[in-house]
Design a protein around this ligand. Sequence first.
Ligand code: GRF
Length: 195
Amino acid sequence: MRKIRLAILASGSGSNAEAIMRWAGAVDFAEIVCVGSDKRKAFVHERAKAFSVPSFSVVKRKNEERAAFDKRLLAALEAFAPDMIILAGYMKLLTPQFLEKFPDRVINIHPSLLPAFPGTDGYGEAFAARVKMSGCTVHYVDAGVDTGKIIEQTNIPLLPEDTLEDFKKRGLAIENEFYPRVLEKLLVNLVKERK
Ligand code: GRF
């Protein structure tokens, strides 16, 4: 049976990307076909190399419109013929023109219990609000900021003695375990539907 082809997009360190590449290496129904980034120097490229996954960068040009940027990103991705796009710390919004090419096939992880604390600083905002319990959310991506349909959430406790760094560290470890687990469930269902 043909494996489900996953492309990862990431802008930063890529700990979630690494967790997903490790997971994909251990299952027989999915493979990571590429890692794409909007940052040439993102550490995620090193992680991709360690897993022998091809990686590429599509960097925004000065004054480039979002639609034009996404068109170039799409062209780079299409060379790898992905079935799904997995966002793992990808810091740009995707345009409707991009998303319509992958209906219900773009997934993201966000570090809060959405709809609380959307945007670029989920950990920082939950920490500042001194919530007792935060979490992370795996969701479908739409054109809004972390507004797509929620797939699954899990808790990340914020302890009274935590610094923001402690909280993020605990959170990322939970994300790294949770994201592949949710993906696995989602893809197993896809595989069943195909049969
Ligand atoms: C994670 O906290 C993820 O939830 C958010 O961006 C961060 C990426 O971390 N979307 P990493 O690059 O996967 O280590």
